[in-house]
Each structure stands twice: as C-alpha cells, then as structure tokens.
Unconditional design. Structure first.
Lengths: 67, 260
C-alpha cells in the first residue's frame, strides 16, 4: 500500500519542480544537456511570469494605482 | 520521426510488466545489470537548438517537467530509481551505453545510498510582519522591555520604544535561526541523509514571506509515516508563530545523487 500520497495531490509549485528537475539528479551526461546559462534564462522567465501574475493580482484587487 | 533518446531514470531492477499503464512510449534499455528508462522524442522538439527554444516556453517546460517527475514517481512505487536531470538526451544508444558502462561502479554506489528511500522537501518561510506582531509572546527580552515601556514616563518610554524597534529585528533573526534549526533537527532525526539547498529570493518564490530554510531529506520508506507525523506535529504546534512549513514529496532522490 502506498501511504505517501498525502502531498502528491497538492499542487507542486513550478519553482519546486524546476528546482529539482533542472538542477539535480544525474547531471552533465548526455549528448544534449541543458546548460547553466539556459537554466538562468528559464529562471528569468519564471521571475517575469511571477511578477506579471503579481501585477495581475494587484490590478484585480485594485491595489495598483493607475500610472 | 522520433530519433532522439530522452532519459527518465536508471534502475538496478525492473518493474512488473505493464508498469507504464498504457503509456507505451516508455521503454527500457538494459546495459549489464542496469536499466535505463527512456522515450524516443523528435528532433523538432528536443534537438539542442529546439530544446533551447522550448525552454523559453514556460507552459511547454512545466508540462514536460511534470511528466518527467510523474513517470519517475510511478516507477519509484516499484523499484529504486535514480532520476536524470530533465532534458538529458542521447543521439545514439551507443553513447548511452558508453556512459552507463563507464560509470557503472559509481551508479551502483549511488544505489546503495538511495535504496528503499525517498526524498522529501521542506521549506520554511517566515512572515516577519506577523512575527514582529507576536514578538512579545515569543521573546522574553522583548516582553520584558515592553513591561518597562508601559511603566515608564512618556519621555523614557519614547527612548525605550526606539531601543525596542532595533532589538526586535535582532530578536526576529534569532527566532528565525532557532525555529529553522528546530525544524531541521526534528526532520533530521527521522531521516537518513539531509541536503541543505540555497534559499530562494522572493522574486522566485512569488511569496511575500521570506524563505529561511530550504532542505531535502532522504527518508527510509518504512520511516515515512514517522516523517509525516513529525511534519503534522510541527505544523500544528507552530501554526500561530509566523513560521510556515511547506513540505512536498515523495520525490525521486534528485538531491542525493552524485555521479561525477
């Protein structure tokens, strides 16, 4: 019986996910691998995504003043 | 045409036939005693150039990364697995064979470490605003100073209040260390190996509170219920203190693999 599913159903954040699949495990093998520079770009994308989500939330809740 | 070899994970054993439950795409390549779980993918998606392009597409990346973990997690229910980093691709089976053969000793050593265990993630966040509001409950020094302020003349109270503002910052730092260590010790006592990972800034977590601990714990499967009990007890006991405990798992042992 698998009794370890308590948190599996919970939505794992993209950050948590990328933190593992991009930076850990058996790395630096393969004919094609994702480079550190590529990972930096991915994180830049995540940062932009999060800041735009935040801006959307602020706009929705009306806390962001019109500029 | 699917001509590139995408790597999920490697195992020293095989799951029951039919493990992939209709997901025919997952195949096993066996080299000696080691089995590599792979799928064949098209160059249009995974060639070096196209993979780079796709990484910029967060929707593509998230879907593929989730699938990567899902497949490995399913296998982990039956056998010990070592996950590959997402996006590890071979153009030729021969190259993969060379890697597995060359590193087989190291790979087997890693299996001895991760055997019958799974990884759990623990992140602790502190809401400093909430903590500062509860500081008198959590810090004796702060509570004592507050008493003095209440008993002082307005002039003296003003000066003491200024002193307290500075002191609260130091006390909060101390409490963060104290609680971080307390949680870490509690989880460590029910784990085999631990790994402390970098703290992530707010711009990556998208949260308003501050990460004070980012750790991974390698736990014996037979000990996971104890680990979860520890987690629930800590969550209950400290839910009002301004500290938030975020756990996730079971993960394949991503943080505990060292091949090179």
């Amino acid at each position: 019986m698998n009794n370890n599913v308590i948190d599996q159903s919970k939505d794992i954040t993209i950050l948590e996910l990328l933190d593992r699949v991009l930076n850990k495990g058996v790395i630096l093998t393969g004919d094609i691998v994702i480079s550190v520079a590529d990972i930096d770009l991915v994180y830049l994308g995540v940062k932009l995504l999060l800041s735009s989500v935040e801006t959307m939330d602020q706009l929705k809740s009306g806390t962001k003043k019109a500029e | 045409m699917n001509e590139l070899i995408y790597l999920y994970c490697i195992s020293d054993s095989l799951p029951d036939p039919g493990f992939n439950q209709g997901q025919d795409e997952i195949q096993v390549l066996t080299f000696g005693t080691l089995n590599v779980f792979v799928k064949y993918v098209p160059k249009s998606e995974f060639s070096e150039e196209n993979l780079k392009k796709n990484l910029a597409d967060i929707i593509w990346l998230e879907g593929n990364a989730r699938n990567h973990v899902k497949v490995i997690n399913q296998l982990m229910l039956q056998i010990n697995v070592m996950p590959f980093n997402f996006g590890t691709i071979y153009t030729e089976e021969e190259h993969l064979k060379k890697f597995v053969t060359e590193y087989s000793e190291k790979i087997i050593q890693n299996f001895n470490i991760i055997k019958d265990k799974e990884e759990w993630s623990v992140k602790i966040y502190c809401d400093r605003k909430e903590l500062s509001e509860k500081i008198d409950e959590l810090s004796e020094i702060s509570a004592e100073l507050e008493k003095q302020i209440m008993a002082s003349s307005p002039g003296k109270a003003f000066l003491l209040r200024r002193k307290k503002t500075e002191m609260v910052e130091t006390e909060m730092d101390r409490l963060c260390k104290f609680y971080g260590q307390k949680y870490y010790n509690a989880f460590e006592s029910v784990s085999e190996i631990t790994s402390i990972n970098n703290l992530l800034p707010k711009e990556y977590t998208g949260r308003t509170d501050t990460m004070i601990l980012n750790a991974a714990f390698l736990v014996f499967r037979s000990n996971v219920s104890e680990f979860l009990k520890t987690m629930n007890d800590l969550k209950k006991s400290d839910e009002c203190s301004g500290f938030k405990l975020e756990t996730s798992g079971p993960w394949p042992p991503f943080s505990f693999i060292s091949i090179k």
